[in-house]
Ligand binder design. Sequence first.
Ligand code: B12
Ligand code: SF4
Ligand code: SF4
Length: 381
Amino acid sequence: MGHLEASIKVYGRSLGFDIVRIADAKPFVRDEQAALERVRGGLMDGLHWYTEERVRRAANPEVLLPGAMSIVSVAMSYFTGDAERSNGGPTGQVARYAWGGEYHLVMKAKLRELADGLSKLAARPVRTRVFVDDGPMLDRPAAERAGAGWFGKNTNILTPSHGSWVFLGQVITDLELAPDQPLKKTCGSCVRCIDACPTGAIVAPYVIDNTRCISFLTIELRGAIPRELRPLVGDWVFGCDICQDVCPVNRKAQQSLEPAFRQRHGFAAPALLPLLELDDEAFRQRFADSPIKRAKRAGLQRNVCVTLGNIGDPVAVPALVKALRQNPDALVRQHAAWALGRIGGMEAAQALREALEREQDAAVLEEVKLSLSDLGVHAQS
Ligand code: B12
Ligand code: SF4
Ligand code: SF4
């Protein structure tokens, strides 16, 4: 490693990145092929923005930054130990990456500083482009090539020091740098994540069927969660960490040093009933500067209904009845009807019968009828 590469790494770490490595900017041939096959095979369905055109751009750094020579690949841990559970009624689980602040903002600000630093360290103007998650870049293959970590069979990048609990980012630059080597590690014969995934979303090693992944269902999906998958979502109200929680590599993960990623009170395992009460304004206030805002108010409340249905505690019935009667979104009323059908009891059945008289939305009515039939109540309208 030359002096410039060493200085870039020292500077990157001083900005708060846990891992800073360097890759060349050649096309990602294997990954382009693999991603195109996933799109064509329907495994990325539901992510309308994830197109073949996007994959082709994302896999070719030269297209993203003409003259690209190198990629500075960074990783930042968001691991903050055990979840603090909320009091007061049933609680759900939120994926770790969303326990703290908005990582896109935090990482992009630091990546821009790193990008500016390249010109100073190289003592010449350097062209750069930065990426974290939302840009058309393949974050994981860049991290793999730079040796920041290796691909786990759950498709996450596993780092030796911080496990898979890391966000990945890149600075693509026209600066020619000596690249690091990929790591020689693999998962070996382990298949824990594949066995543990409740929906069978890891359809083969290194292959996720997005349409079955709880992370997609609870964060990205805008419509109804398919009925047959709802029981498998368990108590995950935002994202899913099961395939990472079971991963042996994560047992030795070091904790995050970033204050912005500290666990916020009531975010890791939130009390569910108050979440059903939020209106748009209250949702915005509570989840401003949080990854959770991506689900939107109706999406989160849909997930809360599914979780309450799965937990099955009758204490949730009054809140679900209220949601079925009053929630402004048909999506939420539909999932409240499903949850009432799962929990059952007199009050739930009565509310479902009333909804038959009042409800105008076809999808909600259909769900009400299915729930009544699950409860053995004959639907008359
Ligand atoms: C779309 C997307 C999703 C989708 C699809 C997931 C997926 N597997 O791609 C959904 C919504 C489901 C999702 C979920 C999650 N995501 Co996401 N997601 C992305 C996004 C935007 C694009 C990923 C992509 O291009 N996928 C395309 C598919 C084809 O790629 P792939 O599954 O990784 O498969 C690769 C391997 O199969 C490899 N390959 C092919 N053949 C072979 C053979 C061998 C031997 C090997 C080793 C590899 C290999 O090639 C493929 C292409 O590179 C990236 C950000 C970005 N811009 O890159 C974040 C990103 C991947 N997500 C991230 C996170 C944190 C998550 C969640 C953990 C969040 C959560 N807790 O709920 C889950 C994890 C679910 C999982 N097990 O993957 C992080 C991952 C960090 C890490 N350590 O890897 C990223 C990098 C965002 C970031 N910048 O930090 N995500
Ligand atoms: S995030 Fe959850 S649902 Fe998605 S692959 Fe991992 S264990 Fe399966
Ligand atoms: S659980 Fe096992 S197979 Fe899955 S990513 Fe971790 S080490 Fe690899």
